[in-house]
Design a protein. Structure first.
Lengths: 92, 241
């Protein structure tokens, strides 16, 4: 599957990693609710590294749509909260 | 819904805003291409702005560094004249300038990192835009074939996603550059107001005080010399006064 890390690029990740991604994703929901910044950073980089370390980068001249989109590496806890409350999704 | 689903939704929303399909598929492709070129220009401009903000911060860091050396000299000079209070003032300012310098250095390296990221994004977009241009001509040539619609779909959504992502990168870079530019402007203002102990009329208050002190000490020493010669006269044999 094609995975995009926002502001970073696209990766080709074997589909078998989806469960691991979802598992971290669920934990992230919890720490964002608890506003636990340290744990949020830890889980986010765990998630991004899982993708980076087990995939190949999509070629620069390839035009493919992603199946999954991961947040940008420097997303703040506050921005993540906004994402969850829906403020981030409303189009300008 | 987890963060993955939220981020994907956000991305789709951005993409849909970029993708306005025209009636005519070849027109859709051309319009999309124009947008890509415009975006590429925006990204390049973003990089240029970052570089100029960085230069400005580097210039300020240089000034603060000069200040630190100057305050150091002043502190020694004041101490040599036995003015501990003045030396303390100079050292306090030096301390403040040091903090300022560290802050500036940190911002400069942060900006460098951001610039590197945006440059990479620019290269990626450049390659994708080029690929899109080739693809769009092929699709246009094959327009009558049944597959054309499908091909337009995947090429367009692929490039639109890239553009959506670049938009985000540019927005973030702009926010950061803007914040630093504002900070840099604030430093300039403080410098003008003399708060950051930069020179006013070529001299700051410590320098003026030190000048006054050394002028005073010259007066004192001349005075002492006068006194000495006067008392010498006094000690000459009496009966002449």
């Amino acid at each position: 599957m094609i995975v995009r890390i926002l502001t970073e690029g696209q990766y080709r990740l074997p589909g078998s990693f989806i469960d691991q991604l979802n598992e971290i994703d669920n934990k992230i929901v919890g720490v964002v609710e608890q506003e636990n910044e340290a744990e949020f950073r830890k889980l986010l980089s765990e998630m991004l590294d899982l993708v980076r370390n087990n995939s190949n980068e999509v070629g620069m001249d390839e035009l493919v749509e992603s199946d999954i989109v991961l947040p940008e590496p420097d997303i703040t806890l506050i921005e993540a909260e906004e994402l969850f409350t829906g403020e981030g999704i409303v189009p300008d | 819904m987890g963060i993955l689903a939220r981020t994907s939704t956000l991305m789709r929303a951005k993409m849909n805003r970029l993708l306005d399909r025209a009636e005519n598929p070849s027109e859709t492709l051309d319009v999309a291409y124009d947008k890509q070129i415009e975006m590429l220009r925006n990204v390049k401009r973003g990089v240029v702005e970052m570089v100029s903000t960085k230069r400005r911060l580097q210039l300020q860091a240089g000034k603060v560094q000069d200040n630190i050396s100057k305050l150091d000299v002043q502190a020694r000079k004041a101490m040599g004249m036995g003015r501990e209070d003045m030396a303390r003032l100079a050292l306090e300012r030096k301390q403040h300038a040091n903090t300022e310098l560290q802050d500036l250095d940190q911002q400069i390296s942060g900006l460098e990192l951001e610039q590197e990221k945006l440059t990479k994004a620019e290269q990626r977009l450049q390659a994708k835009v080029q690929a899109f241009r080739t693809k769009k001509e092929i699709i246009k040539a094959q327009y009558k074939a049944a597959q054309a619609q499908v091909r337009i779909g995947s090429a367009l959504s692929g490039i639109s996603e890239e553009m959506g992502d670049i938009t985000l990168s540019v927005e973030r870079a702009e926010d950061k550059t803007e914040a630093l530019r504002a900070k840099s402007g604030a430093i300039d203002e403080l410098a003008e107001a003399g708060v950051l102990n930069l020179e006013i009329d070529g001299k700051d208050d410590i320098s003026r005080e030190l000048d006054k002190l050394s002028a005073n000490s010259e007066v004192e020493s001349e005075l002492a010399a006068l006194k000495a010669s006067a008392s010498e006269k006094k000690s000459l044999p009496e009966g002449q006064s």
